[in-house]
Design a protein around this ligand. Structure first.
Ligand SMILES: Nc1ncnc2c1ncn2[C@@H]1O[C@H](COP(=O)(O)OP(=O)(O)OP(=O)(O)O)[C@@H](O)[C@H]1O
Length: 641
């Protein structure tokens, strides 16, 4: 803390800022460093407060200075008198004054060659200051050079770097190290040499791709946080995953799965898909790991051959982004009958293709166009995703065996996954149908599924020609040919998924490109949230410390105690008012302060108590230390309780 003083209400406020004000009168006796370095000062007639007469200061020390002057090159740092006034932002404070010297110049930052100039931020709670001055605009700021550090040193630093989570590096014999409890911040920088000035406390560098159609006021919030629709979508999915069914009549447990919630929303049950068996779908939570799964119950299935269950093993190892993963298979009697249960991954709020496109319910027609008509690009996206799923399945020596609009899940925007796999391998294990035949049937079902979606008919296989007529009205010949090629796989024995993929390669590339764009966008959204957890932890700490009524009589926590300025800092961050006394609600100011605090910057802030009787000039580094020690103290109390 640079200064702590009890204010005399009669005194000008500048006297409260720093004891350096006492040196104001001495400035004229000090030889200007520009004279020492360059022989003359450009600001001599423009208000520089220092002495410019060399003979006056021609002491042995001065001689030494003039000798050293010769050894300076043109690259030597120049000294510019700084006039820092409490009312100015950091940027203006570093500009040379053109006429008179402000009496507040006494608080000018000392000349520190090879260091960043500490910038007193002289905001006071009653008057709003510009806390958003970008620090990269500072002439003295050291440029951030990524990778400038020795990689081995970086590796060592990373171990304790609070910004690098290491989930798998918990020491086995020692209690886990909590770097946040280190009062000196030393845990973040193992060696002094690794401490970079200025530390990159501002991690909000915008990462592309950029949306250029936004007004500045929209951009500020948009650049910092997830877009609302994405946040809402994620929150809804989480809420759906956590949904439970109170007073449920369903079994409490099925093997290690509990909290069953039915997912079938339609009362219409088709038994044609799974060889005459009815199937029921439930969300359930695993007591083994707490994860959510889907249990597909095949009602009334009696297992006669153990090998049938083993046939599911290859499905557990199948990895495809377009297939719902199979986790487990077992039989169970909890529902009062013998049922087969196939456990798969749970994709909250997903719908089947049939539900998503209202297939079989006719189209809403407005004018000449159907408003439910699936756009051709979306249909091509489905084609490429299903082709990718079938390629993985067929190359893995398997066949999907169920490919229907009710067994393809839409798990995101235009994102589909093949569902209900592995079931037929168990229930029709005895049939022994040759694999190539099953795989060809997959291609036929694939064609029919696309036709059903495009023509909006529930079962395109019933009347292929009629559905195709409907399909031709909306889609181009390339897509029509793809559907016909797939459907005719039943006649051509040599047709494979790989051949089909070759035929639609240009569409595959278009889908791949779209997927990469979507991936880039998600990365950009992710980058916006990257600092939030860190700031929430810091804010939590600050709130833990401030306003503790139980420490009212403790000297350290009292109004005149050493932790008082933390309370004033809270006021500085959150309770500022403008010149008219209106509250300032500025998120950017809060984020900037919190980031500087977390990094422990050398920058100073002036904190004035609400009654304007006390004034503190403290650096963020001191604030950080004080917060750490107060939090440690609080923590030790908490442990004792
Ligand atoms: N893995 C899953 N994750 C999340 N939801 C799922 C999953 N599998 C199915 N569902 C949901 O369960 C519902 C029922 O699925 P199901 O496969 O039984 O379709 P269906 O239309 O009821 O077909 P069927 O007539 O054969 O029973 C679907 O609406 C789907 O939203």
């Amino acid at each position: 803390m640079a200064a702590v003083s009890k204010a005399n209400t009669e005194e000008p406020k500048t006297n409260l800022l720093s004891p350096k004000s006492k040196n104001k009168d001495n400035a004229k006796e000090i030889l200007c460093r520009n004279v020492t370095i360059y022989g003359k000062c450009r600001y001599e007639d423009k208000g520089c407060a220092f002495n410019h007469k060399v003979e006056k200061a021609a002491t042995p020390e001065g001689a030494a200075d003039s000798h050293s002057k010769k050894s300076f090159s043109v690259d030597s740092p120049s000294f510019t008198p700084s006039f820092l006034s409490p009312g100015d932002g950091a940027k203006t404070a570093l500009r040379p004054s053109s006429t008179t010297i402000s009496p507040k110049a006494a608080s000018a930052a000392p000349f520190l060659p090879k260091q960043t100039i500490p910038r007193p931020n002289t905001s006071t709670p009653p008057v709003r200051q510009d806390a958003r001055t970008p620090d990269w605009a500072l002439p003295g700021a050291q440029e951030f050079v990524p990778g400038r550090l020795d990689p081995s040193a970086l590796q060592a630093q990373d171990v304790n770097d609070h910004r690098t989570p290491h989930f798998d590096s918990f020491p086995t014999n020692h209690p886990p190290l909590n770097p946040y409890l280190d009062p000196n911040g030393a845990a973040f920088f193992q060696a002094q040499s690794m401490f970079q000035q200025p530390l990159q406390y501002h991690q909000y560098a915008p990462l592309g791709p950029y949306n250029t159609n936004m007004l500045p006021y929209q951009r500020t919030v948009h650049d910092l946080f997830l877009p609302n629709d994405l946040r809402e979508d994620l929150q809804k999915r989480m809420a759906a995953a956590l949904q439970t069914l109170p007073n449920s009549q369903l079994p409490q447990h099925i093997e290690s799965y509990h909290s069953l919630v039915p997912l079938d929303t339609t009362h219409h049950k088709s038994s044609s898909i799974f060889g005459g068996y009815h199937s029921w779908v439930y969300k359930a939570q695993s007591s083994a790991n707490g994860h959510f799964f889907v249990l597909r119950r095949i009602e009334g299935f009696r297992l006669t051959n153990e090998l049938a269950i083993r046939s599911v093993q290859p499905w557990k190892h199948l990895v495809s982004a377009n297939v719902v993963r199979t986790a487990d298979v077992f039989t169970n009697r909890s529902f009062g009958d013998s049922s087969l249960f196939v456990v798969t991954d749970y994709h909250p709020l997903s719908k089947t293709l049939a539900e998503h496109h209202h297939i079989g319910h006719g189209r809403h027609v407005r004018g000449r166009n159907s408003i439910d008509q699936v756009p051709e690009t979306v249909l091509w996206s489905y084609v490429t995703q299903l082709a990718s799923a079938l390629k993985t399945i067929h190359n893995g020596g398997l066949a999907a065996r169920v490919l229907d609009t009710s067994k393809v899940l839409v798990t995101g925007k235009n994102r589909i996954r093949l569902n209900g796999c592995a079931v037929m391998d168990v229930i029709q294990h005895e049939a022994g149908t040759p694999l190539p035949q099953l795989q060809r049937q997959d291609l036929v079902n694939f064609g029919l599924t696309i036709l059903s979606v495009g023509a909006n008919v529930a079962d395109a296989s019933q009347n292929f020609a009629r559905a195709m007529d409907q399909f031709k009205r909306f889609y181009k010949p390339e897509l029509q040919n793809a559907v016909v090629w797939l459907y005719s796989a039943q006649q051509y024995q040599d047709r494979t998924t790989d051949q089909f993929i070759t035929l639609i390669s240009s569409q595959m590339i278009a889908a791949f490109d779209a997927a990469l764009h979507a991936d880039d966008n998600l990365h950009t959204e992710l980058a916006r949230e990257v600092e939030n957890a860190r700031l929430v932890r810091l804010l939590t700490k600050l709130n833990f410390i401030n306003e503790r009524p139980e420490f009212e009589h403790d000297r350290q926590w009292a109004e005149n105690g050493e932790r008082f300025f933390l309370k004033l800092f809270r006021d500085y961050v959150f309770h500022q008012v403008d010149a008219q006394g209106h509250p300032v609600v500025d998120l950017a100011h809060v984020l900037s302060c919190m980031n500087k605090l977390d990094a422990g910057m050398d920058e100073h802030v002036t904190l004035i108590s609400r009654d304007e009787q006390n004034c503190f000039v403290v650096s963020y580094r001191e604030l950080k230390k004080a917060i750490e020690s107060a939090f440690q103290d609080l923590n030790s109390h908490a442990r004792r309780i």
